[in-house]
Design a binder for this molecule. Structure first.
Ligand code: DX5
Ligand code: ZN
Length: 236
């Protein structure tokens, strides 16, 4: 499924930006329909936030719910695991239909082993870092991941404001990927809106997660909201 997505070449970083709709901001009482609607509205991926009440304060959904919403979209499921010791659950998320699985650097004592395991299942592997984690920790992981997720907020809740210092981190990571000539998704998550998306893309992000700024207003607004994010990119 991921073959349908174009990875950016870094010279053309302003093209082929993917928008992932974070269903944390959707109406959970009709999640399947919400996934269908946001897919139809033009997002490129479905971003699914899994929280365990331990790594982050909030608790959300697990593999059984993901498998239930899987038939509502053919677009890639981008599963963001905010759970401790994620290795214990990789098989379940693969079986549920994940196309990308991202683990947190801070939640796994042996991230290379887990990233390797995710890839061995034919799924793209991602590594996420919290706002307080320095970007340098990722340098030794570049050979083992297809995606880096920079948290622009402390994970756990939608609707927060981007922490400004994370933009600098994004630039550092973008340079690191260029230096090592790595074709890796650079994903940003937290507080993205039509006002700051341009800065994020210019700083190197090529996969953009948006929750509130897409789901705000309900299904009638999803296409308009996604267009606002995309139009902002085209204007550059
Ligand atoms: C936060 C989650 C995000 C969240 C983003 O911990 O990882 O994916 O849903 O929501 P917004 O875009 O509203 O900040
Ligand atoms: Zn997320």
């Amino acid at each position: 499924m991921l073959g349908l997505l174009k990875f950016n070449t870094y010279k053309k970083v302003k093209k082929n930006i993917n928008i992932a709709a974070s269903i944390l901001s959707a109406d959970f009482s009709k999640l399947g329909k919400e996934v269908y609607e946001v897919d139809k509205a033009g997002c490129d991926m479905i971003h699914i936030d899994v929280m365990d009440g331990s790594f982050v304060p909030n608790i959300t959904i697990g593999p059984s719910v993901i498998s239930k919403i899987r038939p509502f979209s053919k677009k890639p499921f981008d599963v963001h695991l905010m759970i401790n010791d994620p290795a214990r659950h990789i098989d379940d998320f693969v079986a549920a239909g994940a196309d990308l699985i991202t683990i947190h650097y801070e939640a796994d004592k042996h991230p290379i082993r887990t990233l390797d395991y995710i890839r061995s299942k034919g799924v793209k592997a991602g590594i996420a870092i919290n706002p307080a984690t320095p970007p340098t920790v990722l340098e030794s992981l570049l050979d083992y991941c297809d995606l880096i997720l920079i948290m622009l907020v402390n994970p756990g809740f939608g609707g927060q404001k981007t922490i400004p210092s994370q933009i600098e981190k994004l630039k550092v990571l973008s340079k690191m990927l260029k230096k090592h000539n790595k074709q890796i998704f650079l994903e940003v998550d937290g507080g993205v809106n039509p006002k700051n998306i341009k800065t994020l893309i210019n700083s190197g992000a090529n996969l953009i997660v948006a929750g509130n700024s897409i789901f705000n207003g309900g299904p009638d607004y999803y296409a308009k909201n996604i267009k606002k994010l995309k139009v902002t990119q085209d204007k550059k």
